[in-house]
Design a protein around this ligand. Structure first.
Ligand code: HSE
Length: 291
């Protein structure tokens, strides 16, 4: 029997739509696997009542097939589904790492990224590497069709999760199909600034580089209170604020020591909008670990 833990992740980071992702130190999913003739899946923890245990419909089933690794699988969810925090990616990533080891398949971490992405596609409708790459590799990842680049980074964060459900399918429907050259220029500048900030562990550059005038404003309309939450977090010292993944979680980048004030400002703003929420004071962390 083997157990793997895979972290929550935050994709996009504003300017890196469908490309950038980071692993968060917490929360995380824990997946336990045991060899079996036929695959069974049991799900407990946050939002488990909404997660199918049928291997054909669960994010982990496709990972089992890709690795030809039937198993009894127990998934303990620390990450609520439909949160924007890479919930399905974390389960798929933990299962990929654990089953690769259990069956001695010899795949490298990078080779496991597309395998886990297939699992995520079962629930989100599309295979995106931007959540599974950091869930497996840790740090900051740049996922492109040509491959994944990983950078170890250390930046303080607050992830604020409101009690709102936004499906990835709905959030993709509102993404504009066209953009202007001015916005393209701005996005390239921001994405480059953010990447440079990750290399230097510089929260000011990372926060500034999260600015995005294309995808984030369109999606913000799906999150009650988003504009006020963003404003209040910036007033409390956040260096940048954006939607985490497809939402509804909101991600703030902070200088060390500012997390507590930023977290409470975000909670206050959601409360004023009549939305219950919780925060995770966290930082960029490691990828999936076996224990
Ligand atoms: N980049 C994706 C999105 C994340 O924002 O729609 C979900 O896989």
């Amino acid at each position: 029997m083997l157990t793997a833990r895979a972290p929550a992740t935050s994709a996009n980071l504003g300017s890196g739509f469908d490309v950038f992702g980071i692993a968060l130190e917490r929360p995380a999913d824990v997946v336990r696997v045991e060899r079996a003739e036929k695959t069974t899946i049991e799900v407990t923890g946050a939002g488990s009542q909404y997660i199918p245990e049928d291997p054909e419909k669960n994010t982990v089933g496709a990972v089992v097939d890709a690795l030809d690794a039937p198993a009894h699988i127990k998934i303990d969810k620390g990450i609520r589904p439909a949160s924007g925090l890479g919930s399905s990616a974390a389960s798929a990533a933990a299962a990929a790492v654990a089953l690769n080891e259990l069956y001695d398949r010899g795949k490298s971490r990078k080779e496991l990224v597309p395998i886990a992405a297939e699992g995520e596609a079962v629930v989100s409708g599309d295979a995106h590497d931007d959540n599974v790459a950091p869930a497996i590799l840790g740090g900051f990842t740049i996922a492109t069709p040509g491959g994944v680049t990983q950078i170890d980074a250390s930046v303080s964060l607050v992830a604020c999760l409101p009690e709102i459900v936004v499906s990835t399918r709905d959030a993709r429907r509102v993404v504009p199909s066209e953009t202007s050259v001015d916005q393209l220029v701005e996005t390239v500048g921001n994405a480059a600034t953010l990447t440079s900030g990750m290399h230097r562990d510089d929260p000011d550059l990372v926060g500034r580089g999260m600015e995005d005038s294309v995808v984030t404003p369109a999606r913000a309309k799906l999150i009650d209170g988003y504009d006020a939450v963003r404003e209040r977090a910036l007033d409390a010292g956040a260096t940048g604020v954006t939607i985490s993944g497809a939402g509804p979680a909101v991600l703030a980048v902070c200088r060390p020591g500012d997390q507590r004030g930023v977290a409470s400002a975000m909670l206050d703003a959601f409360e004023e909008a009549d939305v219950d929420a919780r925060t995770y004071q966290t930082r960029i962390g490691d990828g999936a670990t076996l224990y």
